[in-house]
Design a protein. Sequence first.
Length: 301
Amino acid sequence: MVKNREMEKYLEKAEVLIEALPYIQRFNRKIIVVKYGGSAMIDETLKEQVIKDVTLLKLVGFKPIIVHGGGKEISKWTNKVGIETTFKNGLRVTDEATMELVEMVLGKVNKSLVSLVESLGVRAIGLSGSDGGLLKVKKKLAEGEDIGFVGEVTKVNTQILYDLLEKDFLPIIAPIGMDEEFISYNVNADDVAYVIAKAMKAEKLAFLTDIEGVYKDQNNPETLISELHLNQAKELIKEGYIGGGMLPKLKNCIDAIESGVSRVHILDGRIPHCLLLEIFTNKGIGTAILNNEEENYYKAE
């Protein structure tokens, strides 16, 4: 009886691997951009699981690029040193003192992620968008108001990333860019992930967030949408179903798809191994946004 139960466990594991096989074949050697942020950056267990997921993607043949945030960590340190935190239109007002702290905190976060990836046997390179002119930016305004050293990406030096991927490194990018005067700016990590995915013509862009995905009704968890074609996503926005922080995120998703990214995934980073579940299973757990011409991504049960 014990042997039968053990055999069933082994067979279940084999079935999981077989289910993942077509996805591994389909996306082998393809670029995937992962925006890593939210609670999954604060909880050490979740952090380790996310990095293991991305490392596994690398080891089975994907070409992942991580873009990380650090907003909660930045807020923690601004409070520690007595700097008041202010937001305008969802963007952190960033004066000179705050910018100095942002660079310090994001650099610390970046190197901790590099160390974690390296400890799992994969070579990683940590970059700020300022390194090698990776991200060129201009000052970003919040509804016409100057909010300090907050930038908007104008150009991505893709050659740096192609070179690193070709040499089998996993790039880990902190969302800081530099303008034409070589001044550093804080950039929204969602925006950085989106522009890099566009510029690199990534096969996939995955946002790890603190929500389960896109809802038709924000107050009803039963209305989670597993798949959205482009025209359906636009219709949801037009009809006013999407609001708050999801609105700019979904607009970025739409623009990324229209710019050549094959699929965009919005995932709840609080769920252990959400990235693997979304990419390698027939059902998935978040919301996948597809081009209008794409067939349904997940198989009906």
